[in-house]
Design a protein around this ligand. Structure first.
Ligand code: ATP
Length: 254
């Protein structure tokens, strides 16, 4: 459903994403990992049409996100890392606005709002102005807005930040149930335990390049201690001297 074909993106002289090729299928959850500045958000913004690739193409459901933007956008739900809400609207007004922007008719708007308010437990505060929301309340409202139009693809930048444990569980359960029903999910995250728990595959970005893509098991198989956690393997791959071992580890597959 999501396809990067040899995609690069520069900011001036800075190469932020370097020759990324990646294909994520329907029903698959792919987690993009990497240190600060590795190129994750830049990659995500190219899927949702906020940035254009400098080279290569990105398609969603077969639609080129640059030349067939509207068709691609109809398939995508996007949760950015900084949840943005219109402060002088209530959560309900914001959700209705987003649903109408997607072209949903009155019945679909009502059904979508009811479904997502219930799913994300928004009822208690959805009629308050969003300026009064905590970060987690904003994040849950933005999640709800991203799913109103039943997207085929969900793109999520740092989904777990600022959420309480109950909301983290909710998001993980949502990922599991919706991917079972065919949703394609790409998330960027620093929460390695959650990534290990829910991902079908992971990709590790380093200075704009994807230096590993595959399953956690495939990553473990590259390592002498095959029961190592994703966190241990990740730190060894990106900071090999951090644990004092200094041994050379395999750095890439796929
Ligand atoms: N608007 C911009 N102008 C110039 N350089 C940028 C811009 N946005 C990002 N960069 C640079 O591009 C590189 C990749 O940044 P990006 O935001 O994609 O990283 P990231 O992996 O999402 O990082 P983080 O984990 O901190 O969110 C970094 O070197 C960053 O400084």
């Amino acid at each position: 459903m999501i396809e990067f074909q040899d995609v690069s993106r520069t900011y001036g002289d800075k190469l932020a994403v370097n020759g990324l090729s990646l294909s994520i299928k329907s029903g698959e959850l792919f987690s993009m990992l990497g240190h600060n500045g590795a190129g994750k958000t830049t990659s995500i913004k190219m899927i949702v049409g906020l940035l254009r690739p400098s080279e290569g193409t990105v398609t969603v459901g077969g639609y080129d996100v640059v030349t067939q933007t509207r068709d691609a956008a109809q398939l995508i739900g996007y949760v950015p890392d900084q949840p943005y809400l219109y402060e002088k609207l209530s959560g309900r007004e914001f959700l209705r606005f987003v649903a109408e922007m997607h072209g949903l008719g009155p019945d679909a708007v009502r059904d979508g709002l009811d479904r997502e308010i219930e799913r994300f437990g928004l009822a208690e505060f959805v009629d308050d102005l969003t300026e009064s929301y905590s970060h987690g309340m904003k994040q849950r409202t933005v999640f709800a807005s991203a799913l109103l139009h039943n997207p085929s693809v969900l793109v999520v930048d740092e989904p777990m930040v600022g959420l309480d444990p109950q909301s983290i569980r909710l998001v993980k359960d949502l990922f599991r149930s919706e991917t079972r029903d065919g949703l394609c999910v790409l998330m960027s995250t620093h929460t390695l335990t959650a990534a290990e728990e829910v991902s079908d595959r992971i990709g590790v970005m380093d200075h704009g390049s994807m230096i590993f893509k595959g399953t956690v098991k495939e990553l473990q198989a590259l390592h002498p201690h095959q029961d190592a956690t994703l966190e241990t393997l990740y730190l060894k791959m990106l900071s090999p001297d951090q644990d004092g071992g200094g041994e050379q580890e395999p750095r890439s597959v796929g």
